[in-house]
Ligand binder design. Structure first.
Ligand code: CP3
Length: 362
């Protein structure tokens, strides 16, 4: 593996907050159902079979990188795979999303969770990383895991949720057991991410997709220490991205929990949030177009991408992305067009930049 070539890519240089000619771009869920080739593979294998098949997972990762021309790949897998390894009965039911057959609902359920080595039980993801790196050694690869709160929400709710009522009740009523569950998930995640780095991941990403459902008090008390433990545990291994959605109210706390990059969604102004949040000052920022914008006319997509890039004003450490994953049904040509636009557009230095002084005037 040519580490010098990887280090000199625009993605890795931006992660070091070096000044670059343009922002690097990759897209959340860049491999998925919006791609006809992906759907063709899914005609033959289920989603979990695809994840467990290292060769196919590596191929799907390469497919997205090659087709779109993005500056980084993200290994094709899912944040819920460690739950499968826990033996709680993970299924992906057609139309219903993920289901956990044996959810965690009591303190005894937490005590019953098994201890295991992710490198052994989830070895297929590690093998997919090796295979991707073998076929595209020059392309930076993002390894990832779910953050304790987001994983705990699936374990406790038994699937996806709108209000996270069961999770929050467990958190408030069974605080000791909830903390124990979060600490268990944090330890597992450190081991899992470290293993991904050891087989070739260049960057590690922590998905706390649903943490924006929490109050500041609950984030500080029940989540922050555990997410912090993960970033402490992987410190120095590789640059880390910390991502969540709907996090406008807690973004300063999330940034202080850790990560070299903070992912933002479209509900906040990216440059504005970056400029006004003290704990974001020494960090990179990633985001944040609304994935629904990709259904619109290419002219509007380019216009909004330009506005976003201009608002950053060439500040080092900005990574172009969506605020959340590409949705099924998104026209592939629109996604390709967005990548081409971001790779070819050169903003005038400082053009349209949001600075601490201009915050509030826009
Ligand atoms: O290209 C990539 O971004 C890499 C692959 C990736 C997937 N899931 C593939 C996937 C990544 C990084 C994830 C992370 C993930 N998984 C998150 C965090 C990011 C986010 O979206 O907030 C979450 C919450 C999950 C859990 C999950 N996986 C749900 C709720 C669902 C069902 C909803 C849906 O979109 O279908 C999945 C399934 C899933 N994960 C699919 C893909 C491509 C669709 C499965 C299919 O082919 O039917």
């Amino acid at each position: 593996m040519d580490q010098t070539a990887i280090k000199n890519t625009i993605f890795m240089r931006t992660l070091r907050r070096e000044s670059c000619e343009r922002p690097p771009i990759w897209l959340l869920r860049q491999a998925g159902r919006y791609m006809p080739e992906y759907r063709a593979i899914r005609q033959k294998v289920s989603f979990l079979e695809l994840c467990r098949n290292s060769q196919l997972s590596a191929e799907v990762t390469v497919m997205a990188v090659d087709q779109l021309g993005v500056d980084a790949g993200i290994i094709f897998a899912d944040i819920l795979l460690p739950l499968d390894a826990m033996g709680v009965g993970l299924r992906f039911a057609a139309g219903d999303g993920p289901v956990i057959d044996r959810p965690v609902r009591a303190s005894a359920d937490v005590d019953g969770l098994p201890t295991f080595e992710p490198a052994e039980k989830i070895d297929y993801v590690l093998e997919a990383i090796r295979q991707f790196k073998k076929s595209r050694p020059e392309c930076p690869l993002i390894g990832f895991a779910g953050a304790p709160f987001t994983l705990a929400s699936y374990l406790i709710e038994g699937g996806s949720s709108r209000n996270f009522d069961k999770t929050k009740l467990f958190m408030h009523k069974e605080s000791a057991a909830f903390h124990k569950l979060m600490a268990y998930l944090a330890r597992l995640t450190v081991a899992y991410l470290s293993a991904q780095k050891s087989v070739g991941a260049d960057c590690l990403m922590l998905f706390d997709s649903w943490v924006g459902s929490l109050s500041r008090e609950d984030y500080e008390e029940y989540v922050l220490p555990h997410s912090q433990a993960i970033f402490e545990g992987i410190k120095g291994l590789a640059p880390a991205i910390h991502f969540g959605t709907n996090t406008g109210g807690i973004i300063d706390l999330m940034a202080s929990a850790g990560g070299d990059v903070i992912g933002l969604d479209w509900r906040v102004g990216l440059a504005d949030t970056w400029a006004r949040t003290p704990s974001l000052q020494n960090k990179c920022v990633q985001g944040n177009l609304d994935p629904c914008l990709l259904f619109a006319e290419p002219e509007l997509i380019a216009k909004r991408a330009k506005l976003l890039i201009d608002s950053v004003g060439g500040k080092p450490g900005y990574i172009f992305n969506l605020g959340h994953g590409i949705l099924p049904g998104t026209p592939v040509e629109h996604v390709k067009g967005l990548v081409q636009f971001v790779k070819s557009y050169r903003p005038a230095k400082g053009a349209g930049a949001v600075t601490p002084e201009s915050v509030g005037k826009i």
